[in-house]
Design a protein around this ligand. Structure first.
Ligand SMILES: [Zn+2]
Length: 157
């Protein structure tokens, strides 16, 4: 089966720094193909028409990948307001600068202050994205309605 709009695609991927080659992330993910904003548009375009075993490798600017960094999403809170059990490297739900819900990464705890960063860890980073297709199937009507893939490496809810 070929990758066409409304197919559920499983990929193994490696993300490296496009300048240094350093490995930044790797894993397996499933996405709904066809412009549902589950995956970078340039990668979707390169995968169109491929099947199991197909490979893509692209260099993506930060703007094409995880977006630019937004320094307005870097903030601090007093340690006294910090929920128990959350550690450096963990995440915290809060409100963004515009009041909308925002997930913050806990960057560090410095004395009485906790530094939070709502940017994706790879925001602002030019990357090389390499992926191999491991499964292609027709998406279910429910997956198309939800605009994402269910089960396996997709959404569980
Ligand atoms: Zn769903």
């Amino acid at each position: 089966m070929q990758i066409t709009p409304d197919t559920a695609v499983t990929l193994t991927y490696r993300i490296t720094d496009s300048r240094t080659g350093k490995l930044l992330d790797s894993g397996t993910t499933a996405y709904l193909h066809g412009g549902y904003e589950n995956l970078f548009p340039a990668v979707e375009a390169a995968l169109e028409g491929q099947g199991v075993g197909g490979r893509v490798e692209l260099t993506l600017s930060a703007a094409e990948a995880f977006g630019p960094r937004d320094e307005a999403l870097v903030t601090t809170i007093p340690k006294s307001e910090f929920p128990p059990g959350v550690k450096v490297g963990g995440q915290l739900r809060g409100a963004g600068p515009d009041g909308a819900p925002q997930i913050y990464n806990v960057v560090k705890i410095k004395g009485p202050v906790v530094l939070l960063d709502g940017n994706h860890p790879l925001a602002g980073q030019d990357i090389r994205f390499a992926a191999t297709v491991t499964e292609v199937r027709a998406a279910s009507a429910e997956e198309i309605a939800h605009r994402h893939v269910h089960g396996g490496h997709g959404h569980h809810h």
